[in-house]
Write a protein that binds this ligand. Structure first.
Ligand SMILES: Cc1ncc(COP(=O)(O)O)c(C=O)c1O
Length: 390
């Protein structure tokens, strides 16, 4: 990536995930140029929209899929559908999981096992989040307690399939299977948000890893190949409640846009097993380089990965917990150490996600030269992190 001053960077943000193949992949650009030359939007379905939908259905357990333009729209629409289908109001989300800027999902956890939603940003009213129950991630007892108290009012549990928005905090002890079963037992729907993990971790996303069957799923990022395309889908009987077949309204002027679906379809087709294997290998190499550099300077850290997604937690001491399981654990980082590390990396030409609560996104474009540049940036960055006092 080159900035306006001509500085070049190794990019480990990849547009927050979509650019699995790197920037300006020649075949994606050629396909997009051909699509643009035909026309930009028609207000009626196009062939690439249908083909992209079929590709999603083939790779995941969803029976039917509806295309939208952003991950936020996907989760918002999935929640509306879950509420319309069940006739219930409440939803459970987990602290530290991000599902886009849907008002009802911008609720953070307070203390305690069951915390009714407290708006996490000005502009979101308490009424909007009143039906949002926020629970600690990976905490089965908290979920059981919430269902014991509100069971017949809960429309859905929504979770990131493997969270990446509090740093990478994978599900433990079959947490997704537990959520799916608890929802089934209580007549609620299990919504797995694969906007970040979908088509990135494997060709079938996190579903390709744990195989847990959700009632509804949400997708975005990689499926748009760098353009605004996202989707939600799921069980045929649930999706049948969506307008125009059913009565739960959902629509979007540019949904399934032909340029976006062309970029997404081309990206998915180019992402062969070999491409995923290369990205996995590059990701492991980067994790090893980071760990070696931080160890050399005595900087305590924990690296957690979910497939090729990973993040680095700057924990207080090496004697601390070896695993981050939830938002409380993620929050126990020494944030100034991340800040010093991040800026030193940027100064040395490596663009990392500018947050200690974000996954690093590796693309297929990271080659040996990029890895060499990364390795030389890591030495001063590790020293900068080590220089920060608690
Ligand atoms: C898991 C997850 N869900 C939903 C979203 C929202 O997607 P968008 O930014 O396309 O609205 C994001 C964005 O980072 C995400 O990571």
């Amino acid at each position: 990536m080159t900035d306006v001053d001509g500085n070049r960077y190794v990019d480990l943000v990849s547009s927050w995930g979509p650019l699995l193949l790197g920037h300006a992949h020649p075949e994606v650009i050629a396909a997009v140029q051909a699509a643009v030359a035909r026309g930009t939007s028609y207000g009626t379905p196009t062939e690439t929209e249908v083909l992209l939908g079929e590709e999603i259905v083939a790779r995941t357990p969803v029976d039917k899929v509806r295309l939208v333009s952003s991950g936020t729209e996907a989760t918002m629409s999935a929640l509306r559908l879950a509420r319309g289908f069940t006739g219930r109001a409440k939803i459970i989300k987990f602290a530290g999981c991000y599902h886009g800027h849907v008002d009802a999902l911008l609720a953070q956890a307070g203390s305690g096992v069951i915390t009714l939603g407290i708006p996490g940003t000005p502009g979101v009213t308490e009424a909007t989040t009143a039906d949002t129950i926020v629970l600690p991630y990976n905490d089965q007892a908290a979920v059981t307690a919430a269902f014991a108290e509100y069971g017949d009012q809960i429309a859905a549990v929504i979770t990131e399939a493997s969270p990446g928005n509090m740093g990478v905090v994978p599900p433990r002890d079959n947490f997704n299977a537990f959520l799916a079963q608890t929802c089934r037992d209580n007549g609620a729907l299990f919504i797995s948000d694969e906007v970040m993990t979908g088509f990135r971790i494997t060709r079938s996303g996190w579903y390709g890893v744990d195989g847990v069957q959700p009632d509804l799923m949400t997708f975005g990022k990689v499926m748009g190949g760098g353009f605004p395309a996202a989707a939600f889908g799921g069980r045929a009987d649930v999706m049948a409640h969506l307008a125009p077949e059913g009565s739960v309204y959902q629509a979007g002027t540019l949904s399934g846009n032909p340029i976006a679906t062309t970029a997404g379809l081309t990206t998915l087709r180019l992402a062969t097993d070999e491409v995923y294997a290369k990205i996995d290998e590059t990701s492991l190499t980067i994790q090893r380089l980071v760990s070696t550099a931080l160890d050399k300077e005595g900087v305590p850290h924990v690296i957690q990965a979910a497939g090729n997604l990973f993040s680095v937690f700057f924990v207080e001491s090496s004697e601390g917990p070896a695993e981050i399981r939830d938002f409380t654990g993620a929050n126990a980082q020494v944030l100034p150490r991340f800040t010093a590390f991040f800026h030193a990396m940027l100064d040395a030409g490596v663009y990392l996600p500018p947050s200690a609560f974000e996954a690093w996104f590796v693309s297929a474009a990271i080659d040996d030269d990029a890895l060499a540049a990364l390795e030389s940036a890591l030495a001063p960055a590790a020293r900068a992190a080590a220089a920060v006092q608690d």
